[in-house]
Design a protein around this ligand. Structure first.
Ligand code: ATP
Ligand code: MG
Length: 249
């Protein structure tokens, strides 16, 4: 098992319960889509999974360690196991694709190498292999700001791969992309999952989740209202995920 979430609860103030008793686990090689209307708790869940937000209760176990229970150096080490990809690609725009991917290895490299940009040959080779895996080897030396949105998102995925994370989280990774680029990015995430990584992506488009994901976890008002393989869900079940909240997809 790659990640196990147990009874996760997060409140903001006295009135907002962003996550209520959320439990699920994800296997290596699985691509899980998290669905749910705005405010359902998707981003809060991802922030708890990376240790950026501390829950009020529950645990997140990655490789035997509870991310919610550790701090400092231990937490920094555990965070290497969890890569996060954002809606906005968060690349260093003036650096090349290759350098951005190498940045994914920073935590694993001595500081002086990073400062001097002296990356050892194995690190470069690894970074190039990650760019190859997302279909961008030929753009390795292009600056990030010369790439299209879809290409930038694939560089972000390559960076997550270079980090050698156990879990790759993507919060609305295709929200800023046109349909064609979105399809390529989701296809890439699926390829990444098949290398044995657990991939969890929040999506707003039900049809994309149904096409690319292995399993759907649906949240509503901070609770898990669906957790099933895509093949077990029919059109009505998908409609319900949004209908129950009284909003449309
Ligand atoms: N820092 C915060 N302070 C107070 N309330 C917050 C904070 N972050 C999130 N919330 C609240 O927690 C709930 C869940 O928010 P969250 O951002 O996790 O939803 P989401 O599913 O990611 O929504 P969206 O689809 O719009 O991105 C919402 O009611 C939101 O207003
Ligand atoms: Mg969100």
């Amino acid at each position: 098992m790659s990640v196990r979430v147990e009874r996760l609860t997060k409140r903001y103030g006295d009135t907002v319960t962003a996550l209520a008793d959320v439990s699920f686990s994800i296997e290596p090689g699985e691509f899980v889509a998290v669905l749910g209307p705005s405010g359902a708790g998707k981003t809060t869940l991802f922030r708890c999974l990376t240790g950026l937000t501390r829950p009020d209760g529950g645990s997140v176990i990655v490789r035997g360690r509870d991310i919610c229970a550790i701090r400092g150096q231990q937490l920094r080490a555990a965070r290497q196991d969890v890569a996060l990809i954002f809606q906005q690609f968060n690349l260093v725009r003036r650096l090349t694709a290759l350098h951005n991917v190498l940045a994914g290895r920073l935590a694993r490299l001595p500081t002086w190498r990073v400062v001097l940009r002296r990356f050892a040959r194995p690190d470069r080779q690894r970074a190039l292999a990650c760019l190859d895996a997302v279909g961008l080897l030929d753009r390795a030396y292009a600056r990030a700001d010369e790439l299209s949105g879809g290409q930038q998102q694939r560089v972000a995925i390559a960076r997550a791969l270079a980090q050698e994370a156990t879990v790759v989280l993507a919060d609305e990774p295709v929200a800023s992309l046109d349909p064609e680029s979105a399809a390529v990015v989701l296809d890439t995430l699926r390829v990444v999952a098949r290398t044995g990584v657990a991939v969890v992506a929040s999506l707003h488009q039900v049809h994309l989740a149904a096409t690319y994901a292995d399993r759907i976890i649906a949240l509503r008002a901070g609770r898990v209202v669906e957790n099933a393989p895509v093949g077990r869900l029919d059109a009505r079940a998908f409609e319900q995920i949004y209908a129950r909240a009284g909003s449309t997809p």
